[in-house]
Design a binder for this molecule. Structure first.
Ligand code: PHE
Length: 374
């Protein structure tokens, strides 16, 4: 054991020498602690450092007691710090998650099988949204998004809903509080449709534009089996030279056939939106009865699916404040918007929209393996 005496011995001929010696001992303490693997190692570590008779620190304390009196204040302080370090390390072992102490404390039985993490599935709404977007991507459309908290200007005014116009009543929403000091156009609200992203897209790039915009929207609607105050839309916009209503019809007819199957027919009914002229509602032949008439299509053979129309020249007028190339005398375009929940409900045979937001795993598990609802 004699070599140990040397290791724990310090040079105490000066303050500097003492500090260097103690730094070396602290380094040694750390190295030895890092090597501890078992409880037995730890006990050996304890005996080696603080064992009653043979412990290094015990002997060191005796050496210092016989040292030069004028260095005792410094050596005492260094010794106490080192001893404290030892204590810290010794107890640190109990916090080591792999030490037998920790295993006993948490009562981990390593022979038990682990917790299995279930593989997630895409939410049916997101999945439907992606499928719709993919149909348009294959036709050369790019994908864009925009903010859910929108200004009055983008959600309404630039889409030709003038301030105080009754058309605004059709899309009531939540507005951010305490904005009375701002001009109306800058006031924030939860967007009621994805159409504001039409304007944002055109302001950023000159024509031609072909873009689809998936996103979440908000309306002051009471929820029932087919309505939810928060829902999703996919918006589309196509602008260029000589874009016609026939292009709109051809595009949507093709998209519906891609999405619901080649047998599906479409028809266009006159409708109204402030930002399109003319406007239309698009119906598809009932996918449940093939158009013969059933309960699902209220015996009409048709199901209404989306709104669309030719971009109103006044909308281009708003855009021209930033992009003069959108001159309604030179270019034209069409836009459309569809509700994702409605389409997902049809596609998967869901009768209550609330199921999508329920968090009920019995509902969602059915979508896990790509399966359709029975
Ligand atoms: N934004 C309209 C709505 O939410 C849908 C729409 C989009 C209609 C684009 C026409 C053109 O009701």
């Amino acid at each position: 054991m004699d070599h140990l005496v040397d290791e724990f011995c310090v040079d105490n001929f000066s303050e500097d020498a003492l500090e260097r010696s103690f730094a070396r001992l602290e380094e040694m303490l750390r190295t030895e602690f890092a090597r501890i693997k078992t409880d037995e190692d730890r006990e050996r570590f304890r005996l080696r450092w603080v064992g009653r008779k043979t412990g290094g620190l015990t002997r060191l304390s005796a050496q210092l007691a016989g040292g030069r009196p004028e260095l005792k204040r410094v050596s005492g302080k260094l010794f106490n710090t080192l001893k404290q370090r030892f204590q810290e390390h010794y107890h640190l072992w109990e916090l080591n998650p792999f030490s037998p102490y920790a295993l006993a404390r948490e009562a981990i039985d390593i022979t038990l099988p682990g917790t299995r993490t279930l593989l997630g599935a895409e939410h049916p709404i997101i999945r439907t949204m992606n499928e719709i977007v993919a149909v348009f991507q294959r036709m050369g459309y790019s994908v864009g998004i925009g903010p859910e908290v929108e200004t009055d200007y983008y959600n309404f005014e630039s889409l030709n809903f003038p301030p105080n116009h009754p058309a605004r009543d059709t899309q009531d929403t939540l507005v951010v509080a305490n904005q009375e000091r701002r001009p109306l156009r800058d006031r924030l609200l939860m967007r009621t449709h994805t159409s504001p992203v039409q304007i944002r897209t055109m302001e950023r790039q000159p024509p031609p534009v072909r873009i689809v915009i998936p996103g979440k929207v908000h309306r002051n609607d009471a929820s029932d089996a087919t309505h939810s105050p928060i829902f999703h839309q996919v918006e589309g916009l196509c602008v260029g030279e000589n874009v016609t209503f026939s292009d709109l019809k051809g595009t949507l007819d093709h998209a519906m056939k891609e999405f619901f199957g080649a047998a599906v027919k479409t028809r266009f009914f006159p409708s109204f939106f402030p930002f399109t002229e003319p406007s239309a509602d698009v119906q598809i032949s009932c996918i449940f009865c093939g158009g013969k008439g059933c309960r699902k299509c209220k015996h009409s053979g048709w199901i209404e699916l989306l709104g669309c129309g030719m971009v109103d020249p006044s909308v281009f007028g708003f855009v021209q404040q930033k992009q003069p190339d959108y001159d309604p005398r030179k270019i034209s375009g069409f836009a459309f918007g569809m509700g994702v929940e409605r389409i997902a409900m049809m596609k998967y045979g869901v009768s209550d929209i609330g199921q999508f937001y329920s968090g009920d795993m019995r509902f969602f598990k059915q979508f896990g393996s790509g399966g359709r609802l029975a």
